[in-house]
Design a protein around this ligand. Structure first.
Ligand SMILES: [Zn+2]
Length: 71
């Protein structure tokens, strides 16, 4: 099963986070550099996927998720 974060163009699961983590900053594919989605949308995705873990703030969880899939 796909994680849902894979790039549709090159299939890379890695993402490049924007330097400025505002909700409308775009995150890019680490493989081909294409624009994937806005940080705000990415956060909501992580929120939906990891709704069970409410101990950490969304921001932290989204960053952790992006780092996990980048490996
Ligand atoms: Zn790509």
């Amino acid at each position: 099963m796909r994680s849902g974060f894979g790039c549709e163009s090159c299939g890379s699961p890695g993402v490049r986070l924007p330097a400025d983590l505002t909700d409308d900053a775009m995150i890019q594919c680490d493989g081909c550099g294409c624009t994937l989605m806005a940080w705000g949308a990415f956060k909501r995705r992580v929120e939906a996927q990891e709704a069970a873990d409410t101990r950490k703030p969304t921001e932290q969880r989204a960053v952790a998720a992006s780092q996990r899939i980048a490996r």
